[in-house]
Design a protein around this ligand. Structure first.
Ligand SMILES: Cc1cc2nc3c(=O)[nH]c(=O)nc-3n(C[C@H](O)[C@H](O)[C@H](O)COP(=O)(O)O)c2cc1C
Length: 327
C-alpha cells in the first residue's frame, strides 16, 4: 500500500494512461484484475475549454474504477488551470495528472505540450503550482527522463515538481527522442526516486513478474506502472499483484478465457460507445487477445472486416468452437 496525497492506494501496481485505450471499459477490466489505481487516457486542456463533446465524453467514469487519476495535456498555465477545474467538477477524479511525457509530434512539437515541457523548468514550476492551487485533489505529474540524450534532467525536474506541490511523480525511463525504442533506463528512475520524498512510480517495459520485481527492487520506487504489457493481457496485472503479495504464480489464461474476455470487453465498450465505434475499437483488442493462439492470423483478418457486434461475436464464437475441437 502507498498514499498519493490523502488517497490510499491498496497495492503498488498501477495502469498507465494510454490514449485510445484507457477508457472506462478497459479500466473496468483492469480493475477486475486487482489493479489499485488506473490512469485514464489523456484529455486536451483546450478540447475541454472549447467544449468539445468528444473530449468531455472521455471524462466518463463508473464508480468501480475508483480511485482514478485523470491526465490532462496542454502547454499554457491558464488553460491547464481552467481544464483541471473542469475535470474536477465534471468527473470528480481522485487524482489529477499532468502530462509531461507525451512524445508524439502533434503534442510535443506542434502544441509544445507533453514532453516539450521538460525543456522549460520555469514553466513546469508555474503549471504544477497553479494546478495544485486550483484543485482540491492531489496532483501528480508523469515525465520522461528528458527531451533527448543531451538533456536528461528528470531528477532536477522531479525536485521542481515536488517543490511546486505535486503529490507523486511517474517516470518513464526513456527520453522524448527515444520514443519507445531502446530499453528503459532504470538508473534514471532510481535517481528520480532518490531526489524526492513524494512517492515515485516507475514506468517502462514491465511485461512479466521478472521485470516487475526487478524494476521495484532496483529503483526502490513506491509503485510500478504498466502500459503495453496489459494490451491483450489484462491478466498480467493479477499475475504481478498476486506474486508481489504472496509469491504465488497463477496459471496463464486459457484460450477460452481469452475469447470470453473479448465478449466481456465488447459488452463494456457497447455501454459507453456507439456500436460502430465499439466494434472498431474492439477489432484491435480482439486481435491482441487472440495473438499466439492456433490459427489466430486468419481470424484476425476476419475480425478486421466485422462492422457489427453480432458479426464480431459470431466470428469469435465460431473460433472458440474450432479451438474446442482442437484444430
Ligand atoms: C497506445 C499508447 C498510448 C499512450 N498514451 C499515453 C497518454 O495518454 N499519456 C501518457 O502519459 N502516456 C501515454 N503513453 C505512454 C504510456 O503511459 C507509458 O509511459 C509507456 O507505454 C511506457 O510504459 P510500458 O513500457 O509499460 O508500455 C501511451 C503509450 C501507448 C503505447
Amino acid at each position: 500500500m502507498f498514499k498519493i496525497g490523502n488517497i490510499e492506494i491498496k497495492n503498488n501496481v498501477v495502469l498507465a494512461p494510454m490514449a485510445g485505450i484507457c477508457n472506462s471499459a478497459f479500466r473496468r477490466i483492469i480493475k477486475e484484475m486487482g489493479c489499485s489505481l488506473v490512469y485514464a487516457e489523456m484529455v486536451s486542456d483546450k478540447g475541454l475549454i472549447y467544449n468539445s463533446k468528444k473530449t468531455k465524453d472521455m471524462l466518463y467514469v463508473s464508480d468501480e474504477e475508483r480511485p482514478i487519476a485523470q491526465q490532462i495535456f496542454g502547454s499554457d498555465v491558464d488553460t491547464f488551470v481552467e481544464a483541471a477545474k473542469m475535470v474536477e467538477e465534471i468527473m470528480k477524479p481522485d487524482i489529477i495528472d499532468i502530462n509531461m511525457g507525451c512524445p508524439v509530434p502533434k503534442v510535443a512539437i506542434k502544441s509544445q505540450a507533453g514532453a516539450a515541457l521538460l525543456k522549460s523548468p520555469e514553466k513546469i514550476k508555474e503549471i504544477v503550482s497553479a494546478v495544485v492551487k486550483a484543485v482540491h485533489v492531489p496532483v501528480t505529474v508523469k515525465i520522461r527522463s528528458g527531451w533527448d540524450n543531451d538533456s536528461i534532467n528528470a531528477p532536477e525536474v522531479a525536485k521542481i515538481i515536488e517543490e511546486a506541490g505535486a503529490s507523486a511523480i511517474t517516470i518513464h525511463g526513456r527520453t522524448r527522442s527515444q520514443g519507445y525504442s531502446g530499453k528503459v533506463d532504470l538508473d534514471i528512475i532510481k535517481k528520480v526516486k532518490e531526489s524526492v520524498s513524494i512517492p515515485v512510480i516507475a514506468n517502462g517495459d514491465i511485461t512479466d513478474i521478472e521485470s516487475a520485481k526487478r524494476t521495484l527492487e532496483y529503483t526502490g520506487c513506491d509503485a510500478i506502472m504498466i502500459g503495453r504489457g496489459v494490451l491483450g493481457n489484462p491478466w498480467l496485472m493479477k499475475e504481478i499483484i498476486t506474486y508481489l503479495n504472496s509469491g504465488k504464480i497463477i496459471p496463464k489464461p486459457s484460450y477460452k478465457e481469452k475469447i470470453e474476455m473479448c465478449f466481456h470487453h465488447l459488452d463494456y465498450l457497447l455501454e459507453i460507445k456507439s456500436e460502430k465505434v465499439a466494434v472498431l475499437e474492439m477489432r484491435g483488442h480482439a486481435s491482441w487477445y487472440i495473438k499466439g493462439l492456433p490459427g489466430a492470423q486468419k481470424i484476425k483478418t476476419e475480425i478486421f472486416k466485422a462492422t457489427t457486434s453480432i458479426e464480431l461475436k459470431n466470428i469469435l464464437s465460431n473460433y472458440l468452437k474450432v479451438l474446442d475441437n482442437g484444430i
